[in-house]
Ligand binder design. Structure first.
Ligand code: DC
Length: 238
């Protein structure tokens, strides 16, 4: 695979053939921001699979469908369409044409999402959609089961992690802008619970595969994280 380096709009971009970059990792270690920037840098699309689990959770919560009501969940999935569109230069998540970008990040949804995302029927529904969105490659996809289940043959696999206090601090700083009621201990508790649930659920838990490269972001700035991934791509294909 060839890499042609070009200077585009004053910054060095790398042009590569069509590949999939799969990123898994713990909540709050900077996966989304890093993945978005890597995608921008490569002129690739970006898929936030967590936003899809959050959107399904929001739909079921609004319709008062409890996570134990499997038949109702399966029926409800037929009415759920999730898409992504750019709004003011930022990719936003749409649930049946409604922009839910802000609501899916609320504390309520963060608390509920691990429960719903452990349900195999919901995972099957979303994995199918994710595979469809990535069928033409040229995409950076991030989540918990991307390197293992959604794109096990991705050309680049990265596993991101970081110290939990640092993750909680970053997420708290991030969330308090849109959700001023939130406290640091709420965020910490939510991350701890989600770490356990995401890593121990039966269906597609968060796992580090042998062919994934681990990046510990505890002491890294976003730009360093982006650079590490670009270095991994360059090392593999140059
Ligand atoms: O990346 P995030 O924190 O927005 O994800 C929200 C939740 O969705 C996370 O706690 C677990 C679930 N999730 C998942 O089970 N599989 C994925 N590929 C992505 C997210």
């Amino acid at each position: 695979m060839s890499i042609v380096k070009e200077v585009l709009s004053g910054k060095l971009m790398i042009m590569i053939n069509d590949i999939i970059i799969a990123i898994d990792g713990h909540s709050g270690c900077g996966k989304s921001t890093t993945a978005k920037k890597v995608a921008e840098y490569l002129n690739y699309s970006y898929l936030d699979s967590g936003a899809m689990y959050r959107s399904v959770t929001l739909y079921l919560y609004r319709n008062e469908i409890h996570y134990e009501e499997l038949n109702n969940i399966v029926k409800a999935l037929e009415n759920i369409n999730i898409s992504f569109k750019y709004v003011d230069g930022e990719q936003n998540t749409f649930l049946n044409e409604e922009n839910v970008e802000r609501e899916i990040r609320s504390e309520k949804i963060s608390d509920l999402v691990s429960k719903y995302s452990s349900i195999p029927e919901i995972r099957k529904f979303l994995v199918h959609r994710q595979k469809e969105l990535g069928k033409d490659k040229k995409i950076v996809v991030e989540g918990r089961d991307i390197t293992t289940v959604v794109f096990p043959n991705a050309e680049i696999k990265v596993f991101m992690t970081a110290n939990i206090e640092i993750r909680a601090k970053r997420r708290f700083e991030d969330m308090k802008r849109n959700h001023p009621e939130i406290t640091f201990s709420d965020v910490m508790k939510n991350l701890e619970e989600r770490d356990v649930k995401d890593s121990t659920r039966k269906d597609s838990p968060l796992l580090l595969t042998e062919d994934a490269i681990t990046i510990d972001t505890s002491d890294l700035e976003i730009e360093d994280q982006v650079k590490k991934i670009i270095d991994i791509i360059e090392a593999k294909f140059s």
